[in-house]
Design a protein around this ligand. Structure first.
Ligand SMILES: C[S@@+](CC[C@H](N)C(=O)[O-])C[C@H]1O[C@@H](n2cnc3c(N)ncnc32)[C@H](O)[C@@H]1O
Length: 458
């Protein structure tokens, strides 16, 4: 691959028009194919990632590129990789993300899906003596009517004997759980709605489920058709021709042990620790408590769902004990001048928040050290980053990433920014320690494109 040409291609597109990468307007921001299955925080814009992936592939002369997203979230990159016929690997620590990745990347015989969906609807309508599902806090987060309806749907789903189809149903179910819960939908954190709003609850979970299931089935079929048209379906008429691997767990742990190496990495890491940026865990726990964990992954640790915070605690930057921070601070500030300056500023103006910053970047640095060893020579990585705020100070993740990357033979080919719209991020990323003081703006995303320049340390 010619890296100069690759950088040039991106630069030309950036210069083409001021808003080339903004992907605004209904058509551009559309979540087509299976991308729209279920809402997940901080999802990438599929068509924008599609264009970037196509630009990279056009310059690659590798026969079967291996594409990795170590922070796969709802699976945007994996789906885009399949649309290009690639082998894809996705990792995420959050079981809801893994469910979505598995569902979106699994193709099901269209007729069979239709038959099972019809049977499911009949079963839901025939549930007479519903066994009410139970978990800690269920009555806080759902009205009696919602618990009754969701329990009927849940019971009917568990009756289907086909695991892949059950997963398909669970994804639609999760979306409905979110829609009918008593949590406000203006933040990703769990915040109970006003009593008045709860008392006037009039959502019909069963109708919403039917609509969601129909929508998802249509989208699945569109995805299947386009893969078939492009010749990416095997002779059996159903399975995807490439390989798809989805891993539940910490990406650092997985990458330390795998022998695999990758040609292309497309990813969007968290912007900071989950507790003070985007609480992926809190967002996911309640839907996860409704579904059978084993259907997502056999290795799932049920303890993750015991509290609202477990998933966020084990995510990047989740550990911020004094011991962990003291052990890592010296090391991390030596690696990035920008981070060092920013840690000093935050230590002065908001000392209580500095541990979270050090903890996150120590984990992120460990991640970079590990992933750089899993990149093939001359591989390319494309990073979508957001600069969060701490105590009203913007933390320049885009600059810190470049400085840390240099330590691991990742050299910047090019970068650009894009304006972001329709995100719930602005409220959350301005975290000052006081929920009432949330008013910042994260209006830009940074796209950084690196090449793996040297593998002398292998
Ligand atoms: C910005 S989101 C990715 C969103 C994704 N690009 C999409 O389009 O849906 C970051 C993801 O990183 C995951 N994550 C955080 N820490 C992780 C870790 N140590 N290992 C793997 N995934 C992690 C979170 O669960 C979250 O899903």
């Amino acid at each position: 691959m010619s890296n100069i040409k690759l950088a040039e291609k991106f630069n030309n597109l950036t210069l083409e028009s001021e808003d080339h990468w903004d992907y605004r307007g209904t058509n551009n921001s559309e979540r087509d194919y299976v991308h729209g299955f279920c809402t997940y925080p901080a999802m990438m814009v599929p068509k924008m990632q599609r264009e970037m992936l196509q630009v990279c592939l056009a310059e690659m002369s590798i026969p079967h590129p291996q594409l990795l997203d170590p922070f796969a979230g709802s699976g945007t990159i994996l789906v885009e990789g399949m649309l290009q016929g690639l082998d894809v690997v996705g990792i995420d620590i959050n079981p809801l993300a893994v469910l979505l990745c598995k569902v979106k990347t699994t193709l099901i015989n269209v007729k069979m899906l239709e038959q099972h969906a019809a049977q499911l609807i009949t079963n839901i309508e025939q549930v007479n003596n519903v066994t009410y599902h139970q978990f800690k806090g269920i009555e806080k987060w759902f009205t009696a009517q919602a618990i009754c309806d969701l329990s009927k749907i849940r019971t009917a789903i568990t009756k289907d004997e086909n695991l892949e189809i059950r997963r398909f149903f669970w994804a639609a179910f999760c979306e409905v759980v979110r829609m009918v819960s008593n949590s406000r939908d203006c933040t990703y954190k769990l915040h109970i709605k006003d009593a008045e709003d709860i008392n006037t609850y009039n959502k019909d979970a069963i109708s919403l489920f039917k609509e969601t299931l129909t929508f998802n089935s249509i989208k699945h079929n569109e995805f299947y058709s386009v893969l078939k048209r492009r010749g990416y379906i095997r002779r059996d008429g159903v399975s995807y021709k490439g390989s798809v691997k989805i891993i539940l767990g910490d990406c650092i742990a997985y990458l330390q042990h795998t022998k695999k190496k990758f040609d292309l990495i497309f990813t969007s890491p968290p912007y900071g620790d989950n507790h003070t940026t985007v609480s992926y865990g809190q967002y996911s726990v309640i839907p996860l408590r409704w579904i059978n964990s084993n259907d997502i992954d056999e290795s799932i640790d049920e303890k993750l769902l015991n509290t609202l915070y477990e998933i966020d605690n084990i995510s990047l930057g989740g550990m911020s004990s004094n011991k962990y921070v003291t052990r890592n601070k010296k090391n991390i500030v030596k690696k990035s001048e920008t981070l060092k300056e920013q840690i000093n500023t935050i230590t002065e103006i908001a000392p209580k928040q500095v541990n979270k910053l050090i903890s996150f970047y120590s984990d992120f640095d460990r991640f970079l050290a590990t992933i750089s060893k899993k990149m093939k020579p001359a591989s390319v990585s494309v990073w979508t980053l957001g600069n969060r705020k701490v105590a009203k100070q913007e933390i320049y993740m885009n600059k810190i990433m470049v400085e840390l990357g240099l330590r691991y033979n990742l050299s910047l080919l090019t970068n650009f920014t894009r304006k972001i719209l329709n995100k719930r991020m602005p409220k959350i990323n301005a975290y000052t320690g006081d929920e009432k003081d949330i008013q910042g703006t994260m209006t830009r995303e940074h796209i950084l494109i690196f090449k793996r320049s040297d593998i002398a340390d292998e």
